[in-house]
Design a protein around this ligand. Structure first.
Ligand SMILES: [Zn+2]
Length: 169
């Protein structure tokens, strides 16, 4: 029976707004999991994996601590947040849309029973899965293309890296 090890860390992110200079901060919980046959090893593996994530942030990749938290003063989403938030949210949107399409189509098949279609027909189910996959890819592409949180704003002249401090929860 494998054990699941968990490791968590709170990242305190201090932001100096690139657009208006306002200072604000937020916290983000970082969690990592690992499985192992032995409990101690599972926890150690999770800690190891979390330490790599912390290293990544400390070496300047702020993706893991990026949040969809615009400046409370002027509403600007900091330049280093846009990419990670765009990618993360595109997965969520694509997954939700594809799952909804799949469920609605499946319920339609089961309850409406279109003429000549059988719900236990593998080909019908495969078509449904394929169609949902296409919906997933299309939704993700559209989201990546259209998500522009700082639309209609001037691009600030500077980019500011956040200050990130880590502490145990
Ligand atoms: Zn601002």
């Amino acid at each position: 029976m494998p054990y699941q090890g968990t490791a968590s860390m709170v990242a305190e992110v201090s932001v100096h707004c690139e657009a208006c200079g306002h200072e604000y901060s937020y916290e983000r919980m970082l969690r990592d999991y690992a499985r192992h046959a032995n409990e101690t090893a599972a926890t150690a593996a999770a800690e190891d994996s979390l330490a790599k994530l912390v290293d990544k942030v400390q070496s300047g990749d702020y993706g893991p601590v990026a949040s969809q938290k615009p400046c409370p003063q002027c509403g600007y989403l900091q330049s280093w947040m846009v990419g990670p938030v765009r990618r993360r949210r595109s997965w969520q949107w694509a997954l939700a849309t594809a799952a909804s399409v799949y469920l609605v189509a499946l319920l339609g098949l089961i309850f409406v029973r279109p003429e000549g279609l059988r719900t236990d027909d593998c080909l019908v189910l495969l078509t449904l899965v394929g169609a949902s996959a296409i919906v997933f890819l299309a939704t993700r592409a559209i989201f990546l293309w259209t998500y522009q949180p700082n639309r209609h704003r001037d691009v600030p002249p500077q980019t500011n890296a956040p200050t990130v401090r880590f502490r145990r929860p």
